[in-house]
Design a protein around this ligand. Structure first.
Ligand code: AMP
Ligand code: ZN
Length: 110
C-alpha cells in the first residue's frame, strides 16, 4: 500500500534498523522502544488488521512465528521475550500493517 509506513520500510523508501529479512518477512528495531530490546516483525504482504485473518494470511503469520524464536535469541533475548499484536483502537494500534512486537532484553514484569 502506497501510504503505509511499514510498506515503505519494506521497500526501503524509509530507513529502518533491520535485524532480519527474507522473502516473506522483515524484522527491524522499533523507533520508540518499550523495552531494552523491542523489535517489530512484519509480513512483506500488506494487511491491516489481525481481524482480516484468512488461511493465506495465517500461513504468513505461522511462517513468522516459526522464525521469531531464533531471531529474538540472536538479538539479545536469550532469557525470554514477549510477543504482542495490537488489534484495533482499544489496543492502541497505530500502524495498520500487521506487526508482531518482540519485547525482551530485561525482566518485563507483568
Ligand atoms: P502499534 O501501536 O502496535 O500499531 O505499534 C506501532 C509501532 O511502530 C510503535 O511501537 C512505533 O514506535 C513503531 N514505529 C512507528 N514508526 C516506525 C518507524 N519508522 N520505524 C520503526 N518503528 C516505528
Ligand atoms: Zn503496509
Amino acid at each position: 500500500m502506497s501510504d503505509c509506513i511499514f510498506c515503505k520500510i519494506i521497500k526501503g523508501e524509509i530507513p529502518s534498523a533491520k535485524v532480519y529479512e527474507d522473502e516473506k518477512m522483515l524484522v527491524f528495531k522499533d523507533i520508540e522502544p518499550k523495552a531494552a530490546v523491542h523489535l517489530l516483525a512484519v509480513p512483506k504482504t500488506h494487511f491491516k488488521l489481525l481481524s482480516e485473518m484468512d488461511e493465506e494470511k495465517a500461513e504468513n503469520v505461522k511462517y513468522m512465528l516459526s522464525k521469531i524464536p531464533q531471531i529474538a535469541e540472536a538479538n539479545g533475548c536469550k532469557d525470554g521475550y514477549r510477543l504482542i499484536i495490537n488489534q484495533g483502537d482499544d489496543a492502541g494500534q497505530t500502524v495498520f500493517h500487521l506487526h508482531i512486537h518482540i519485547l525482551g532484553g530485561e525482566n518485563l514484569g507483568w
